[in-house]
Design a protein around this ligand. Structure first.
Ligand SMILES: [Zn+2]
Length: 489
């Protein structure tokens, strides 16, 4: 049977000393039988940190007998936050807890959690895992991770008896995986692990933990999210993170409908998961989107819009001889932009430009010099109708097609064609010289170099994932592939 002295000695061995501040998360039963019960455990903590130490426990929920015991200690105070309160006992209690309700975030700056860290305090997990470590929310809050939400209290009672409305920003949402954090803390030297009775006891230097995870999150902002493919919460939260990352870019990210799925609901779901909010309608239900009836196309666009997804363009796999039918469909579906192959597109491009449709013309089965020459003659034609019309047409750079023409798309094609002046879209896909599709930056399309050079000029046109070429995998994989490239350039 475990006694007070043994527990106090074990805590000292783990590193607790006179004057320390400790936030205790615990499962009393995990210790096994204790002589003197829960009171003896609390007494042991107070023995280890002495009269100059301060002991805290979460008090926002029913968090176990030891937390209750700390709250009941004579002179203990409870901080004033309705959703993240702590109980504190000891000389630093008031200083740590003061005005917790006023904080902008429930766990971030000006809260007991970060004040404890600033004062060299510890988090102790006694017989419970990182899932209970509330201070991990401090890391999320201080990083302003985009998946966090605002929680508002319309009638919050302040300690001086007033009723106010107050919002806590960057408040944690649904599911999380904190358990995986354990190895980062151990390997990073922020945590020691020992055993007290049957309980595994983790003692974590709070400031070291926050610094370590803040640094880690710079490269992996999803470190707190789980990997379970069946967890809708974390899939949604990860998508929010990705969308926030893409929103920092100068370009607009869109994705091929064919890559996203076969039917509209599937396309919506996959785009949402990937954090992408625009789609290029190339194929729907396995058929060229241009070949679908005006009614069906309009219905599909409305469904996409309903799901928060805009159509960046209707992409034509071939140039139609007559634009009348096409214009009717564009009108019905309210689509303002068309991407189509450049060769023989002059007449159609003129007809579309006259109706104020933006046109992006993609190289197909031609070298860069041919593409430049074709594009220049179409621009000339557009200018002759209307001085402004030329700006309605941009070049859509399809690196996979240039690779299949035997060119090096970045080293030869891009430079030879002076495309920086005319480019409105880059198709993000890769392939071998013979056209075999590959993952991004694993083929001969020099896609990484092309994205990088456009990024250097704050390119504000479209990057179309899987545009005009196949990607050997899912939209999810293509998005992760692109994310990885962007992070590594
Ligand atoms: Zn999850």
């Amino acid at each position: 049977m475990l006694n007070r002295n043994e527990i106090a000695n074990s805590l000292r061995q783990l590193g607790l000393k006179e004057g320390d501040i400790v936030l205790l998360h615990s499962s009393y039963l995990s210790l096994g039988p204790v002589e003197g019960g829960p009171d003896a455990v609390i007494a042991a903590f107070l023995d280890a940190i002495g009269g100059s130490g301060t002991l805290l426990a979460p008090a926002f929920d029913n968090l176990g007998i030891l937390a209750d015991k700390i709250k009941e200690l004579p002179g203990a105070i409870v901080s004033s936050c309705p959703c993240a309160a702590v109980a504190a006992f000891g000389p630093m209690a008031a200083e740590l807890c003061v005005d917790h309700w006023k904080a902008d975030t429930a766990h971030g700056e000006n809260t007991p959690y970060t004040r404890l860290a600033e004062r060299g305090g510890y988090v102790c997990l006694l017989g419970c895992d990182q899932d209970r470590n509330t201070t991990l929310h401090s890391v999320e809050a201080m990083l302003h991770l985009p998946y966090l939400k605002t929680r508002t209290y319309d009638s919050l009672q302040t300690p001086d008896g007033q009723t106010v409305s107050h919002s806590y920003h960057f408040f944690p949402g649904p599911h999380r995986d904190f358990i995986g954090i354990d190895s980062i803390l151990k390997d990073g030297g922020a945590m020691v692990v020992g055993r007290i009775g049957n309980a595994i006891c983790r003692l974590i230097k709070s400031k070291d933990m926050i610094d370590l995870l803040t640094e880690y999150a710079k490269d992996a902002p999803d470190l707190f999210l789980c990997e379970n493919p069946a967890c809708a919460d974390c899939i949604g939260q990860r998508a929010t993170l990705m969308a926030a990352e893409f929103a920092k870019e100068s370009f607009q990210l869109t994705a091929s409908a064919r890559l996203a799925g076969r039917y509209v609901p599937e396309i919506c779901e996959n785009l949402a998961k990937a954090g992408i909010r625009q789609v290029e309608l190339d194929y729907l239900q396995g058929k060229a989107a241009m070949a679908i009836s005006a009614d069906k196309l309009a219905k599909a666009v409305a469904e996409l819009k309903e799901a928060g997804i805009a159509v960046s363009a209707l992409r034509l796999p071939a140039v139609p001889f007559n634009a009348t039918n096409l214009l009717e469909k564009l009108g019905a579906a309210d689509i303002q932009r068309v991407v189509m192959p450049l060769p023989s597109s002059g007449k159609t491009a003129v007809a579309l430009a006259k109706e104020n449709i933006s046109v992006s013309l993609a190289n197909a089965a031609q070298t860069a010099l041919c593409a430049t020459s074709d594009f220049a003659s179409i621009q000339k034609e557009l200018t002759s109708i209307d001085g402004n019309a030329a700006s309605a047409a941009t070049f859509c750079f399809n690196a996979a097609q240039f690779a299949q023409a035997g060119e090096m798309p970045f080293l030869n094609s891009y430079k030879a064609g002076h495309f920086l002046k005319t480019i409105g879209q880059l198709d993000v896909a890769d392939c071998l010289w013979d056209g075999t599709p590959t993952r991004l930056a694993q083929g001969n399309a020099e896609i990484k170099e092309l994205i990088s050079i456009l990024r250097c000029s704050s390119f504000n046109g479209f990057l179309c994932l899987g545009g005009g070429a196949s990607f050997p995998g899912t939209l999810q994989e293509a998005t992760e592939n692109l994310r990885w490239l962007l992070d590594n350039m």
